[in-house]
Structure formats: C-alpha cells, structure tokens
Design a protein around this ligand. Structure first.
Ligand code: PHB
Length: 392
C-alpha cells in the first residue's frame, strides 16, 4: 500500500468521523437555532410588531441569550399586516431561510395564511398575538401554538360586563376582518344571552380610519353602549375621535383591551375612564409582572404593553421547549410536548395551554386611570375557548 492511498483512507475516515460528530451533536457552536420573525414593522400595527420583538428578545436575554444552550440567529420579515403578501412572506422563512421556528403574527388574516403554510410544511409556528378563532379551532395542529388569546374571548368577557352594568342596547363598530368580526360576535353572544340587544353592527375596511360618518350614525342611534375592536394606530385615532365628537360622556364606550393598550400615551385624556377587557393589565401585582415591567423599561426605556408581554411569553415558552430537548430542534415531538405541558410563569399570571394549544387564562376588567390600564376585577376566570372543530 502506498503512502498516498493510506493517507486518503485516513482522511476519508476522519471526514466521516467529523460528519458523524456534526450530525450527532446539534449543540456545536456553529449550529444556531434559526428564529424567523414574521411581524408588522410598518403600518397601523407597526408598534405591536416591535413590542412583540422586544418582549421576545428580553426573554431570551434572561436565558443568557441562548435557546437550549445554542446561539440564535434571527431572520426578520415585515408582513405589513397584508394578507395578500402573507403566503409569499411565510414561504421565504420556511423554504429560503429554513428557520427552525416561526414567530408571528399580529393580524388574523396574515396569521391564517401562516397557519396553512405551517400545516402544509410541518413548520413550527408560535403565534404571539393574532386571535383568529380558527387557528385554535379547525386549523389547530400540534406544531401551531398560540401564546396570546382568541378573538372572541375579550368580547365574550365584555358582553357580560356591559349587561351587568344595566345596558339594554348596544352598537358595535370594528374593522371588517376576522379579528373585528369575531370580537364583536363574542360580545354579541354574551350580551344577548344576558338580556341585551345589539341593535346595529357597523364596520369599515381595515385599516381605514374615516370614523366620522359612523360616529354620526352612533349619535343618531343613541344606544345605551358602544363596543369596538380597534388596535394600534387606528385605536389611537378612534378614541380621540369618539371624544372629539362629544360621545364619550353621553354613550359609554367599551372595547377589547387592545383599544387602550400600547396607545394610552397618544390618546391622553380622551381615554381616561374607558373600560376594556383583556388577559393583561399594566399593574397586575405579581412578582413576575413587576420584574418584567422593570426589566422591559430598563432595556427599552418605554413601558411594556400586552404585545410586549405576549412576545416575552413566546420567548419563555420556546425556552422551556428547547431546554427540554437540549437545543435539538429535530426532536420535534419532545419539543412540542414540553411546550404543551409547560406552566408559563407569565406577567399576566401563570398559564397552561389548552388541548388546542391556546392559553387558559383570566380576562381582566380594566379601567384607564392616570394613563394606565388598571385591573379592577376579573371578568372571566380561567377561560378556555371552545376550540370548536379542533382535532389533533
Ligand atoms: C388580529 O388581527 O388578530 C389582532 C390584531 C391586533 C390586535 C389584536 C388582534 O391588537
């Protein structure tokens, strides 16, 4: 045997050993966990996308900047809250970037396209906001996990509150798309069950803010109460317009808590006293919330909101999952199982996931006081949405 042949064989053996070591040891330094953010960074929900990103990264910082002992590589796509661009955007993350996990998004219509792509490609999807009921209903799947809420839930909580406050008639108003429709339908369901009547359901196209004609209509309908779903930039304008139209004092305004979350600084006095329902409130007095709020403020010099909290919990949940598998993202079943069975120590209060991979949680009644969303009660305790049509 010649010297050359011998060394070639040796090299082959060495190469095989190295390849084996790489395959068997996913924790090697160069093998990062790839996290794909698909969130809105422009448009009416831009602040929401940024808050989710900040919250997620804060949770990761608290884990020493790693997931399951591995470094992280972030890939970011601005989904613009545009459902038409969603299939292409999510496919970039799945096929081009081959991320290990997708975190997204805010807008229900965009999230539906993401859920479909996640199902078709068996991609791991963590939903840090979008409440589309179907995602934890007929579209549910083990690889789709939501850390936020279901659209109908804050509405269900508020319908009961409004009826208990003695209101008999209500007008609803929202953007015409899934989140608004489902929020309003939750409100209508519980308001009417408790003896109230929704006399008119008003809508305008997402994300438009031409509220004036609708406010004129509300003024002439003179309902006992108004229930709305708006969020982000649109919510800021709506609350100011409602006040400027002189309606704040004559017809009580209620909303899903997004109406006044992350928006209070811009809404100012127009928001004072508004009642909303949500799975979070600013000053929930639990150690986790106090620590979270202090850390968030220190890192980003602004107050956190519900979106920051949801991003933070998405990071916490993924950290629990990746820890259980030592960072090996290929151990998908064990990773999912660990997340499904985790008890998340959340700033909202501890929560676990339902059989449909959606948080079981309290919905608080909140009042805007001094520029803060203060919890003044629990509207529904340990709410688990019906998850109609979910089989997995
Ligand atoms: C949604 O589209 O599901 C959505 C958007 C913004 C929110 C809440 C829900 O604040």
């Amino acid at each position: 045997m010649t010297y050359t042949k011998q060394s070639a064989r040796g090299l082959r053996a060495l190469a095989a050993a190295v390849a084996l070591a790489f395959a068997a040891s996913p924790a090697l330094a160069q093998d990062k966990v790839k996290v794909g953010f698909m969130l809105p960074y422009t448009g009416t929900f831009a602040a929401l996308g940024n808050a989710i990103t900040n919250g997620f990264k804060l949770a990761i910082t608290e884990q020493g900047g790693k997931l399951g002992g591995r470094e992280i590589e972030y890939v970011t796509v601005d989904d613009e809250s545009d459902p038409a661009k969603a299939p292409e955007n999510v496919n970039k993350l799945i096929k081009r970037d081959q991320v290990d996990v997708i975190v997204g998004t805010v807008h229900s219509g965009v999230a539906m396209a993401m859920a479909k792509a996640a199902k078709d490609n068996n991609a791991l999807l963590l939903v840090p906001n979008a409440g589309q009921d179907e995602i934890t209903g007929p579209m549910c799947a083990p690889n789709i996990i939501r850390t936020s809420f279901t659209n109908s839930a804050p509405g269900v909580a508020m319908g009961k509150v409004a009826a208990d406050r003695g209101h008999k008639t209500a007008v609803t108003l929202t953007w015409k798309y899934a989140a608004g429709d489902q929020s309003v339908s939750g409100f209508k369901q519980s308001f009417e069950k408790a003896g109230g009547k929704v006399v008119k359901e008003l809508t305008l196209p997402f994300p438009t803010v031409e509220f004036q004609p609708l406010l004129t209509e509300i003024a002439s309908l003179k309902p006992d109460a108004v229930y709305v779903f708006f969020a982000g930039g649109g919510a800021v304008k709506f609350v100011k317009d409602y006040d400027a139209a002189g309606l704040r004092k004559s017809i009580p305004l209620y909303g899903a808590g997004f109406l006044t979350d992350g928006t209070l600084q811009a809404q100012g006095a127009s928001a004072e006293g508004l009642l909303t329902t949500l799975h979070y409130a600013d000053e929930l007095d639990n150690p986790k919330n106090n620590a979270f709020r202090a850390a968030y403020k220190k890192a980003y010099t602004i107050e956190p909101d519900v979106y920051a909290m949801q991003g933070y919990d998405t990071g916490q949940l993924l950290a629990a999952g990746t820890k259980a598998v030592g960072g090996d993202m290929k151990k998908r079943d064990a990773l999912i199982k660990a997340m499904q069975t985790a008890k998340v120590d959340s700033p909202r209060g501890p929560f676990a996931l339902s059989r449909a991979n959606n948080p079981i949680q309290d919905y608080y009644l909140r009042r805007v006081e001094g520029g803060k969303n203060k919890a003044i009660g629990v509207a529904i305790k340990a709410y688990e949405d019906p998850a109609t049509g979910c089989k997995m």
